[in-house]
Design a protein around this ligand. Sequence first.
Ligand code: NAD
Length: 258
Amino acid sequence: MGIVEKMRLDGKKGFVTGAARGIGKCTAFAFAEAGADIAVVDMDLEEAEKTAAEIAEATGSKVIAVKCDVTDEDQVQAMVDEVVSKLGGLDFCHANAGICINAPADEMTYTQWKKNIDVNLNSVFLTDTIAGKYMLSHGGGSIINTASMSAHIVNVPQPQCAYNASKAGVIQLTKSLAVEWAKRGVRVNSISPGYIGTDLTLSSPTLQPLIEQWNAMAPTGRLGKPEELQAICVYLAGDQASFTTGADFSIDGAFTCF
Ligand code: NAD
């Protein structure tokens, strides 16, 4: 069997959070295209259902939609239980849901800070540990977390201290879980995308006007596309990545190189 065939995910079952649109939708699509059965998890059930139907139609894989606010422990537990029962197991997951709150630190409210940390970091702890507990007791698995280049650099000109701190936390959480679980069959890795053209950037009234400035700073001169994150996630989910754990993958068109 060639390497491309070995990278397929036939028979595997996984879920992606924040998968109704954007990066999560794109990786859910790729996992299904590679042969996995997938749960599209999002707090927006209507969009998640549309996305699940679209992916199922295009790929022929089993794709379900599950409503879940990833900041709520009970909902995350119920979501993992539903995925396991409807798909018949859980081999991998992509903890991807996130938001970006922009405010100068000296004007940011504690409520704004806590919201960003809750959605971007606390939710990853919940998703990883609840999914991880299932994987640890069922033969192992692979967890992928969406961090960001903002874990590595401070973005300018927009002020976003809570986002940057939350994403740096995601990387250290990833490494901590990877070390704790390395001998127990559960791998944990993260991806750190640069600016990607999704609703988070293209439809944000505060971020969209900055795109020209970002592109002027970017070695590639452009935003990334969500599709440009698909292959790394398929690799990380599958068995070809069996020695890859505790790693963070920068996919940012060299934005963080200088
Ligand atoms: P997006 O706004 O297009 O999509 C985010 C999805 O997450 C939405 O469907 C939304 O409903 C869902 N969501 C938000 N809060 C949720 C919650 N509490 N529970 C469940 N679902 C929730 O964003 P995107 O650009 O696709 O970003 C996805 C991830 O990638 C985020 O973690 C983001 O921080 C990260 N990221 C994005 C970029 C970028 O430039 N777009 C760059 C680096 C990292």
